[in-house]
Design a protein around this ligand. Structure first.
Ligand SMILES: [Zn+2]
Length: 225
């Protein structure tokens, strides 16, 4: 698995301890029975960054309880950190970082921030002129500036977000509106692809060109403009 703090691949080795056991509850008034509960704490320390990873797990005992699904979730950290390349600047960096942080607590808030971030990148870095996100995505896809995997990713932002049924999503930047399952996560994935394309790769290309020009200069050849 990957450490949610530092994203290093680590061997999963949780130490397991039971923290709370609650008995079965019988309601004498209506004879309803609630199952007994066990809360289990799974703890592991990352060998790389030395921080804790804590999963909480709830199990039911004593009664078959079809209404309650097994529950296991990450209690600490609340959500996986998403590393941001140093080449990515503000405000894109800040919006993305905030959108990843709030994802565990509110997919709606996260999606509002990630849609705003997407709009800013499409407008500032990819030349979109239209006002709303739906049209901006169309504009940028049609322009052919993006490699096909990113264009497809952007297309999916509209499909997964069901933009057709939620006009507000594409017109009211940063507004909290309902999200579809998986929408907030997908927006972050696509922004990561755009960060790479719009910030990281151009910086790498500029560095390579500078190195090449340095060599050309040394051997007295014309430089690449
Ligand atoms: Zn770590």
């Amino acid at each position: 698995m990957k450490c949610p703090h530092c994203n290093t691949g680590i061997h999963e080795a949780f130490a397991v301890s039971t923290i709370v056991t609650a008995p079965i509850v019988i309601n004498l008034a209506n004879h309803a029975i609630a199952p007994g509960l066990i809360w289990i704490l799974n703890h592991q320390r990352c060998p790389e960054c030395h921080d804790s990873i804590i999963l909480l797990e709830r199990q039911t005992i004593g009664v078959a309880w079809t209404d309650w699904k097994p529950l296991k979730f990450m209690a600490y950290p609340r959500s996986r950190s998403r590393p941001i390349a140093k080449e990515v600047l503000d405000p894109y960096r800040q919006d993305f970082s905030e959108a990843s942080k709030v994802l565990a607590d509110s997919a709606k808030a996260s999606a509002a921030l990630s849609r705003r971030c997407l709009q800013a990148i499409l407008r500032d870095r990819l030349g979109a002129r239209k006002k709303d996100l739906n049209d901006q995505i169309e504009e940028v896809i049609v322009s052919g500036k993006l490699p096909s995997h990113i264009a497809e990713g952007l297309h999916a932002v509209r499909n997964i977000g069901n933009f057709g049924a939620h006009a507000l999503k594409s017109t009211a930047t940063g507004t909290i509106v309902d999200v579809e399952p998986g929408e907030a996560e997908w927006n972050l994935e696509v922004i990561e692809m755009l960060f790479d394309f719009c910030f990281v790769q151009p910086a790498l290309a500029a560095k390579r060109k500078a190195e090449l020009n340095e060599k050309l200069k040394q051997i007295g050849k014309p430089l690449i403009p």
